[in-house]
Design a binder for this molecule. Sequence first.
Ligand SMILES: Nc1ncnc2c1ncn2[C@@H]1O[C@H](COP(=O)(O)OP(=O)(O)OP(=O)(O)O)[C@@H](O)[C@H]1O
Ligand SMILES: Cc1ncc(C[n+]2csc(CCOP(=O)(O)O)c2C)c(N)n1
Ligand SMILES: [Mg+2]
Length: 313
Amino acid sequence: MTTIGEIGEDALIALFAPRLPETDAEILGPGDDAAVVAVDGHLVVSSDVLVEGRHFRREWSTGADVGWRAAMQNLADIDAMGAVPTSLQITLCAPSDLDVDWVLDFADGLREACEPHGVGVVGGDLSGADQIVVSVTVLGETHGTEVVTRADAHPGMVVAVSAPLGAAAAGFALLDAGVDAVPEASQLFKRPRPIVGAGLEAALRGAAAMMDISDGLLRDAGRIARASEVGIALDSAAVPVHPAATSAAAALGVDALRFALTGGEDHALLAVFPSVSSVPPGWEVIGEATDAFAGVRVDGQVPDAVGWDHFSR
Ligand SMILES: Nc1ncnc2c1ncn2[C@@H]1O[C@H](COP(=O)(O)OP(=O)(O)OP(=O)(O)O)[C@@H](O)[C@H]1O
Ligand SMILES: Cc1ncc(C[n+]2csc(CCOP(=O)(O)O)c2C)c(N)n1
Ligand SMILES: [Mg+2]
């Protein structure tokens, strides 16, 4: 093994940069003080960080898995605005004893996730650190539609999700318990597979409010409720539970619905539509926006757990 400390920063960039995905939007890519990216419509920008030990463990995830996830969760944030991602800036902080191959594998994961969507890495930064930290900034653009915020849901509208939930949380629970029972769930934790483009389709069909689910359906629904000043009433029986979450829950002897309600990290979309007829095919209606109360209720009750909070555990 060769460590990044042995080859140094410039040699690492020289190996890393050629493996990164490219985008047609790139006017000037890695190698200068800043990148230059062409933008149609409005520029839509978001950042997300992955911290070793908090978002991933090296014994569970390969460099490629971490690269995939870093890209996907950022693509999902732009999709959740009803916009189209074009490019990423990648900042990698790592200990000097990290294997160069981990970093090259990380680049390969970024490329695998980005290439199908025409998204490129246009630049970034490197630093030393005690553990691996990956910070991604994603740039996107609007394509002829207004962005869909969290703030425009109204009472009477319908609440829907773009895909079955709970697989990532179930995979995390399996890995954490050391139970190798449902490889599909563990894989979906390491490499979530949101459908990039579902958000633009929802926007084109008139979605009023939307976000990707990263911290758990209930916590994230609460964010739409707060931003839009509505209540959200969910029907637990209507929430689609991913089959891998159901299998993992059976293996672990826990409730699969809890993975779907509070798990997060699937990066499926939660959106509020004016009516059932505007909900895109493949989505599931799970409730409605109300004005009867603030916050989220499940089957009429205030839930006892809602999802992830970085600072309260
Ligand atoms: N350090 C910060 N400075 C300025 N704004 C911030 C900061 N951290 C978060 N925000 C803003 O707060 C909002 C919520 O941030 P958060 O990271 O929870 O985004 P998210 O999309 O809900 O979650 P995820 O990171 O899982 O995608 C975002 O609009 C974000 O830009
Ligand atoms: C090693 C390890 N421990 C715990 C978790 C669970 N976890 C971490 S962050 C998060 C919510 C989304 O965060 P963010 O909003 O920062 O994207 C969840 C559910 C994990 N993924 N890895
Ligand atoms: Mg988000």
